[in-house]
Write a protein that binds this ligand. Structure first.
Ligand SMILES: Cc1cc2nc3c(=O)[nH]c(=O)nc-3n(C[C@H](O)[C@H](O)[C@H](O)COP(=O)(O)OP(=O)(O)OC[C@H]3O[C@@H](n4cnc5c(N)ncnc54)[C@H](O)[C@@H]3O)c2cc1C
Length: 455
């Protein structure tokens, strides 16, 4: 059996995966199609290129889940964090970098590594043997995308995301909202109460539609134009088709009775559905949108019961190739359909259904370590669930609802509760500190087992 590790894609995830595996003593071949084959977003042939903003977001590792991921990646000797520190720009609490020298340093570090060889050129097929990590990102080339789709089935590899906003459950006002499925459908009580409903009067609906129409929208990037298919029209496009279109679509008020006001039928209802097994996150059903982020929070807070809502992520529609990871990958990030073949195909980065530079690099770090351990005959468990890396991998390979799976960024809604702490806004600071303390401890223990050779 070939002991080499092939990594396809030298973006944020592939670069980090290569670095980690090579540092564990595994011979890595890094395949990158740029500059020979280009994407619409990348501008250079460098590894680790940041295609849009130059920020790795918050660096606060005590009160912010992204900052916690930074901490974990630093603890694991991550390349992306090392080079970010070297090229850091002043940006308040955020970790922003000088993007070109940053990517050049990532490239140089990989080229200089004695265990890494680079092969330029597009990979067009899913390999049939050996150990591989596919980290080809949201702009995976069309040929490889088709090959992945042939393996997974067409409905399990998406080429666009259609993200509805996700709200922290404990910030929804349940004195206004109630749990009920339309017409109480379902066999069990849990199914009959699967949806969270927010009622609107006519005046509230009219004001909401007006705000939606007036809100600032984002345009598609060049080369990213999508024809909307009817299943995932942005709400503002639906609203443009007619004042009542939403009231006959995702906001229809039928089959529901408001227990807080049973005599009055709501004029429209916004429904939210559970987004994770923990029940800490709810997505607003059918509310995918191209509104700008600032506008989204303003408009969505007009929905009764969401006035004080905090959003774990806002909505969007982008060109984005991603797998239905909850059904396709095991917690070792391996393609289940290729288990037992002697080799392995792992996926890492944005293509696994995480969202963001930091999350992508973190998934690269994890995949690199897991793949190298497998090649070295070590039994390395995936990152612990109470760490940020573990919360993410647990979500995408199991905790998320597979049927409605959409890309996810790291947030505290993915973390298991810490017993004995206050819920709601008031307890937030203490809760987040408890999450990050616990995460650091379990993540460090996971690293220590590897350093001490216990795996
Ligand atoms: C237009 C756009 C803007 C974004 N803006 C942001 C942002 O501002 N902030 C943020 O946090 N996230 C952003 N993202 C999301 C995401 O975080 C980035 O795309 C991130 O780069 C993903 O990392 P990755 O390693 O998974 O993929 P990438 O960094 O895209 O790396 C994938 C690599 O694989 C290569 N590749 C693709 N197909 C093949 C093939 N068949 N053979 C060989 N090589 C191949 C590509 O050339 C690329 O180098 C954006 C995404 C897009 C598409």
């Amino acid at each position: 059996m070939d002991k080499k590790l092939h990594i396809v894609g030298g973006g944020l995830a592939g670069s980090e995966a290569a670095w980690q595996a090579a540092n564990m003593g595994v011979e890595v071949i890094l395949h990158e199609m740029r500059p020979e084959v280009e994407t619409f977003a990348h501008q250079t042939g460098s590894f680790g290129e940041m295609v849009c903003s130059n920020s790795f977001r918050s660096d606060d590792h005590e009160q912010n889940a992204v900052g916690l991921l930074h901490w974990e990646m630093r603890a694991a000797n991550g390349l992306i964090m090392q080079m970010a520190a070297k090229h850091r720009l002043p940006a308040g609490g955020a970790l922003a970098v000088d993007r070109d020298p940053f990517a050049e340093s990532v490239t140089q570090a990989l080229l200089d590594h004695p265990n890494i060889n680079v092969e330029y050129g597009e990979v067009t097929e899913l390999p049939s043997e050996g150990h591989w990590i596919i980290a080809t990102g949201p702009l995976t080339s069309a040929k490889l995308g088709a090959a992945i789709q042939a393996e997974t089935g067409s409905e399990r590899l998406a080429f666009f995301d259609a993200i509805a906003p996700i709200v922290y459950a404990d910030t929804i006002n349940m004195d206004v909202a109630w749990m009920q499925s339309r017409y109480d459908k379902g066999e069990t009580e849990e199914e009959q109460k699967a949806y969270l409903n927010c009622p609107m009067t006519k005046d509230q609906y009219d004001a909401f539609i007006a705000a939606l129409m007036a809100a600032e929208k984002t345009e598609f990037h060049d080369g990213e134009t999508a024809t909307y298919f009817d299943g995932c029209l942005p709400i503002e496009v639906m609203a443009e088709r007619g004042h009542d279109t939403l009231r006959f679509g995702p906001m229809k008020p039928v089959g529901l009775t408001n227990p807080h006001d049973p005599e009055n039928k709501p004029y429209a209802v916004v429904q939210l559905r559970r987004d994770n097994a923990l029940g800490t996150l709810f997505n607003i059903v059918g509310f995918q949108t191209k509104m700008k982020y600032g506008a989204q929070t303003e408009v969505f807070k007009m929905i009764p019961a969401l006035e004080d809502a905090s959003f774990a992520r806002l909505g969007g529609i982008h060109r984005n190739t991603f797998l239905n990871s909850p059904t396709l990958l095991d917690d070792q990030m391996r393609l289940k359909s290729r288990l037992g073949t002697g080799g392995s195909i792992r996926f890492a980065g944005q293509v696994t259904g995480v969202e963001g530079y930091v999350e992508s690099a973190a998934m690269g770090l994890l995949a690199g370590r897991l793949a190298a351990a497998e090649i070295l005959g070590q039994d390395l468990p995936t990152a612990p669930q109470d760490s940020a890396m573990g919360a993410l991998i647990h979500h995408i390979t199991g905790g998320a609802e597979a049927k409605t799976f959409q890309p996810m960024n790291v947030n505290f809604g993915l973390f298991r509760p810490v017993e004995g702490l206050k819920g709601g806004r008031r307890g937030r600071k203490d809760r987040y500190k408890a999450y990050t303390d616990r995460a650091k401890q379990v993540f460090q223990e996971w690293l220590d087992t590897q350093d001490s050779g216990q795996v």
